[in-house]
Design a protein around this ligand. Structure first.
Ligand code: ARG
Length: 570
């Protein structure tokens, strides 16, 4: 059956003599909480023909024949409002959500197209930074949202595993390194060596020359340097993988900067052939002054390559390998000049895909209080943040629900979910504050609040003595006619639209905010005495159980897109 909004679009398009796709795109639930289910703003259509939108709406309302499932068509100023029969919209939305189940909210819009998502990308031998947490959480959510729209997603972890700093580390390790400590302590020990190198080089400047030589040797394939570097990488990756396991994040490709090492001569040759290279002092640069983008350093005097050179090689390699529709870089806003330069250089090279590359920036995350444990100065260890979140969640759960059997698992789901949601709830370019009390609160705009609302749905089924998956043979959807019910139905019906917008704007917060309003609508229904589920007459009870089930599915699917689990009890 054609979805109701599509049918309305067809009717309205005929009455307005406007293209049906345009009308469909404009149709949305009205902003004010009136009775109408869908509203069509007539401004654009009126403007195009130099007419008055109020007139256009009025004429169209008169021209549309009202027949089931439509109950009413009405002009409200410049808007055309549509109201469905209670049963029709409930059956479509609630019945549709239940039937689609895990597939509810998905579409195949992007089928046949590949999007490369470069995300997380921490630097080896350094702690997994907080901005890498943001990139991981936001990038993974964008990947899931795109998959839900049918795109093929290639998630790439562009590990920072190449560069002059490894020369420093090699020198530091050769001088002061301790195999046992490296094994036992991992990244914090590598960080300590790195810090020591930078302290000692003040008094001994020759260290810096040694480090440069070591990196040159590494690039030239010196076996001993390679072996050390591989060790540092292995130790670091083991720690990163622990974090990814905790967060439930996976990558299709774990290809760091070193992967492009043998692919850089080609790029440099291409830059040379295109006449883009200039000598500046001791280095080779691409001059982007005409674009107001400064100069981009692609090769140092000692021939060692740079971050941007590796990104150029990576972009070309990715296009060759995946033939992408879009290539996203989920990286903090601080690197926006880097990506502007990268994309501009590709454009100057005449790469037709340069316009399909997108920097997806995000703001900073700051801790509100100093209460974060740190082992070394200002560095925050992500694993400690996650562990603490789980521990605090466990305390809250023990207080609220002392009989909960699966306490450890739920504490993990809630604690991690709280941290993840905090990162996703606001527009990504905004800075985020991390406030322990707020993040873990069961009320307010939090992950635990959404999970709690989901568990509340599950609890209704427990009280009703029914498995949520069990489907009643037939439901009289016409029973769902009270205002809180209609409003909840309306919001459930919009999951797919929000997933679409989130995919178009690479903006997981659109799903996050949508889930918050779904939960708010559900809780209004739940707290309304007229809307009791278990105590209602059998027919109404069936219809309301279906509505609760549709809510549960919506919350669960939406949370899954963001990377949060949805426990049934907490
Ligand atoms: N490793 C880099 C950093 O920590 C991020 C890499 C982002 N991805 C890229 N293709 N440049 O700043």
């Amino acid at each position: 059956m054609t979805p109701l909004p599509d049918r309305v679009a067809a009717l309205a398009a005929a009455a307005l003599d406007a293209p049906v796709d345009d009308v469909r795109a404009l149709l949305a639930p009205p902003r004010d909480r009136g009775r109408a289910d869908l509203a069509l703003p007539c401004f654009q259509i009126a403007k195009r023909r130099g007419a008055n939108p109020v007139e256009v709406a009025r004429a169209a309302a008169a021209a549309i024949a009202v027949a089931p499932p439509l109950a009413e068509v009405e002009a409200a100023g410049p808007y055309l409002n549509f109201t469905f029969e209670a049963g029709a919209i409930a059956e479509e939305v609630v019945g549709g959500a239940i039937a689609a189940d895990a597939g509810y909210g998905t579409s195949d819009e992007g089928a046949g197209k590949t999007v490369v998502v470069d995300f997380s990308s921490p630097n080896i031998a350094k702690p997994f930074g907080i901005h890498h947490l943001r990139s991981t959480v936001i990038g993974a959510a964008i990947g899931r949202v795109l998959r839900a729209r049918g795109y093929a997603v290639e998630g790439v972890n562009h590990l920072g595993d190449w560069g002059t700093q490894f020369g420093q580390l090699i020198v530091a390790y050769r001088r002061w390194g301790d195999e046992r400590r490296l094994d036992g302590e991992g990244i914090p020990y590598l960080l300590e060596l790195y810090v020591r190198f930078n302290e000692e080089k003040e008094a001994a400047p020759e260290l810096q020359d040694e480090a440069r030589a070591a990196f040159r040797a590494l690039e030239a394939g010196d076996a001993d340097c390679r072996a050390l570097w591989a060790r540092f990488k292995e130790v670091s990756e083991a720690e990163f993988r622990r974090v990814y396991d905790i967060l439930g994040v996976t990558f299709e490709h774990f290809t760091g900067e070193s992967f492009y090492e043998d692919k850089m001569p080609e790029v440099l040759a291409e830059l040379e052939a295109s006449g883009l290279l200039e000598q500046s002092d001791d280095a080779t640069v691409v001059n982007l002054e005409d674009d107001g983008l400064g100069v981009s350093l692609v090769k140092k005097g000692d021939d060692s390559t740079l971050y941007v050179t590796r990104d150029l090689a990576a972009a070309i390699h990715r296009h060759r390998t995946f033939g992408f529709h879009k290539a996203l870089y989920v990286v903090g806003a601080a690197q926006s000049l880097h990506f502007k330069q990268l994309f501009r250089i590709l454009e100057k090279l005449g790469k037709p895909f340069a316009g399909d590359m997108v920097h997806v920036p995000f703001g900073l995350l700051r801790f509100k209080d100093g209460k974060m444990s740190t082992r070394q100065g200002k560095v925050i260890f992500l694993e400690e943040v996650l562990d603490r979140a789980v521990e605090l969640a466990r305390k809250i759960i023990e207080e609220k629900n002392p009989d909960l059997s699966d306490r450890d698992r739920v504490a993990r789901q809630v604690g991690i979910g709280a941290v993840v949601f905090n990162d996703l709830k606001s527009r990504r370019v905004k800075d985020v504050t991390f406030d322990w009390d707020e993040v873990l609160s069961f009320e307010g705009d939090t992950g635990p609040y959404l999970q709690y609302t989901h568990a509340r749905c599950a609890n209704i089924f427990r009280k009703a003595g029914r498995a949520p998956e069990e489907r009643a043979a037939d439901v009289d959807y016409g029973r769902l006619e009270l205002e809180p019910e209609r409003e909840l139905i309306r919001v459930i019906g919009q999951l797919g639209d929000h997933v679409r917008r989130a995919a178009e704007e690479y903006e997981p917060s659109i799903v996050a905010q949508y889930l918050l309003s779904t939960a708010a609508r559900f809780n209004r229904f739940y707290n309304d005495d007229r809307c009791r589920v278990v105590g209602a007459d059998p027919e109404t009870r069936e219809a309301r159980l279906a509505l609760v089930r549709a809510t549960q599915i919506t919350l669960r699917n939406g949370l899954a897109l963001l990377g949060l689990e949805a426990p049934d009890e907490m």
